[in-house]
Ligand binder design. Sequence first.
Ligand SMILES: NC(=O)c1ccc[n+]([C@@H]2O[C@H](COP(=O)([O-])OP(=O)(O)OC[C@H]3O[C@@H](n4cnc5c(N)ncnc54)[C@H](OP(=O)(O)O)[C@@H]3O)[C@@H](O)[C@H]2O)c1
Length: 366
Amino acid sequence: MHTILVLGGYGFFGGRICAALAADNNIHLLIAGRNAGQAQAMANSLGLCSDQGLAIDANAGDLAQRFAQWKVDTVIHTAGPFQGQDYGVARAAIAAGANYIDLADGRDFVAGITQLDDIAREQEVFVTSGASSLPALSSAVADRYLHRFSQLQSIRHGIASGARAPGLATMRGVFGYCGKAFLRLQNGRRTQVYGWLDTQRHVFPEPVGARLLGSCDVPDLQLFAQRYPGVHTVTFHAGFASMPGHAFVWAASQLVRCGLLASLVPLAKPLHTISQWLEPWVSDKGGMFVSMRGVGIDGKPLELTWHLLAASNHGPHIPCGASIALARKLAAGEKFEAGAKPCMGVISAEDYLAAIAHLDVLEVPA
Ligand SMILES: NC(=O)c1ccc[n+]([C@@H]2O[C@H](COP(=O)([O-])OP(=O)(O)OC[C@H]3O[C@@H](n4cnc5c(N)ncnc54)[C@H](OP(=O)(O)O)[C@@H]3O)[C@@H](O)[C@H]2O)c1
């Protein structure tokens, strides 16, 4: 049995990951968060024993000892937001001789995981950050189509959510950069843009249709420029299913940009509650796209776009695919190279999507 501890295991994404792993015969699952009652209730709801729900604080000084005490083989860290977090959980996992996987979407956090490479190699454990839609799935899709280009020049990608609001950690992470300046590569130059502004309209295949999207500060903006040399433009945009909701956050982001509001983070909790009330009136459909442009192997201009469409409010399962697939592979005895790196080139798009294939999710290949 491979013991997997999901930190944040009764959270929005953690709960979905635990539900997927609970039935795996190779996995002994431990569900952790700061609230023992919620962790135990989650364990019971999945048919596990109460003692598989644990109270663990990610900031506890004895984290490594706790992981060792529970003989944890792999830690899945979902207790964001990751923006501004240190690598305490990853360091504790490594010290306990456990593999480490996280769902981070913080740009510096995911890129900086390589600073743990030496100690991860010494301890012979696998450490990866960003095992989620970004950059794991986005890079796997770009890798899949790379061979069609003699020269890849631009990667534009984005996500339009459905009605179901993600957890508070996700909203706090996104709201943290709304209206704030950040840099992205555009036409070969580092260009300053602002979170949730730079509005774009993307037309997804039906039944998702046209959506408004705003610019987001994500790991891919930094990592793709290194992974795909020669690329001169990398952009990422995201949007809500509710147009009024999207417009409200856009307007509030303008206030942050002008200095009239310090941050949207205090709005995360009330807007999270409001979006839960509004869920029945908002589309249950969402999608992700990756558009690549450049010169094809025949020397002619080439542009292609890959889509993933979700209905029945199954979109929130998509970010869980990488950690589920990796956990199952590790539990089945598959070896991953020891060391610490962003989650790119670790899992194929096929393996990622296989982990969520039973859901109402449709791939539209390029
Ligand atoms: N890279 C990507 O593409 C991508 C996509 C989607 C989401 N994400 C990331 O996924 C993360 C999780 O999002 P979510 O929507 O699932 O958030 P969530 O519903 O708020 O869940 C967070 C979980 O972490 C627990 N937690 C918080 N602080 C903790 C601490 N100090 N120690 C232990 N547990 C703690 C929470 O429980 P308690 O508060 O009770 O402890 C909760 O169970 C976010 O940070 C988001 O950025 C990444």
